[in-house]
Ligand binder design. Structure first.
Ligand code: NAD
Length: 243
């Protein structure tokens, strides 16, 4: 596996699901890791920093604290996000603003705050959590898909702007992954078992993606093993998009 000894990372949304799995994996490979999340409850040795990515000053303060604590910053995993259901007819303007504020502006604020420190790293990498919904038409996900599609485009644009500084920017596009988020979605369904089976059946592999599988993809994009890769969207989707 990739070696993160001597490096420092921040992971937004790092207290649950894909973010937590990524933070744990980075730490197990030697990185110092700060999790920026609404919750600061994370297992040792992760550093939990309470931070709402809707609050620019809070993001700046948390990034500065992590840089001060670790003395450097090499990896940013901009992963915090929220879901939204419905067709384009279902969501109000307020819902559009609320979801874009977290999913899109939250990523922009995080990267904006981190770039000055990243430029000082000789192995700087940003990994954004987009979604297969960015590139595949999924029913009842209009607003969510638009926010994740914006992240796919933002990833490319940021990669272009940062390439001369030696900062790589890539994104992962998970299919439906088995995280607390999807657990909550299933719990709210009339028949959770049937709903889980339906979600699994939508992916050609016939199962949900695991948070750890997404974490391994993120760690690959965060490590020098992917040193020639920037501006890509890596699908981790059980074959949903390509097959
Ligand atoms: P999760 O709910 O388990 O974890 C998300 C974390 O983000 C939580 O700890 C939450 O507190 C945090 N968060 C939410 N709003 C925040 C805010 N304003 N500021 C700071 N932190 C905030 O969800 P997950 O399934 O691990 O999702 C992580 C990312 O993966 C999201 O961006 C999601 O869109 C994306 N994704 C998930 C799936 C899936 O099927 N689970 C599929 C594709 C993409």
């Amino acid at each position: 596996g990739a070696d993160f000894a001597g490096t420092a990372a921040i992971v937004t949304g790092g207290a649950s699901g894909i973010g937590l799995a990524t933070a744990v994996l980075l730490a197990s490979r030697g990185a110092q890791v700060a999790c920026l999340d609404l919750s600061d409850e994370v297992p040792e040795p992760l550093l939990g920093l309470k931070c709402d990515v809707r609050d620019d000053a809070a993001v700046r303060a948390a990034v500065a604290l992590a840089v001060q604590r670790f003395g450097r910053l090499d990896v940013v995993v901009a992963n915090a996000g929220i879901g939204a259901q419905g067709t384009v007819e279902d969501n109000s303007d307020d819902e559009w603003h609320r979801v874009f504020d977290v999913n899109v502006l939250g990523v922009a604020r995080t990267v904006r705050a981190a770039l000055p420190a990243l430029r000082d790293s000789d192995r700087a990498a940003v990994v954004v959590t987009s979604s297969i919904a960015a590139v595949a038409g999924i029913p009842q996900r209009a607003l969510y898909s638009a926010s994740k599609g914006a992240l796919a485009a933002l990833t490319l644009a940021m990669a272009a702007d940062a390439v001369a500084d030696g900062v790589r920017v890539n994104a992962v596009a998970p299919g439906t992954a088995d995280t607390p988020w999807v657990g909550r979605l299933l719990d709210s369904a009339a028949d959770p078992a049937a709903e889980r089976a339906a979600l699994a059946a939508r992916q050609p592999m016939g199962r949900l993606v695991s948070a750890e599988e997404v974490a391994h993809a993120i760690c690959y994009l965060a490590s020098p093993l992917s040193g020639s890769t920037t501006g890509t969207l890596l699908n981790v989707d059980g074959g949903m998009f390509g097959l």
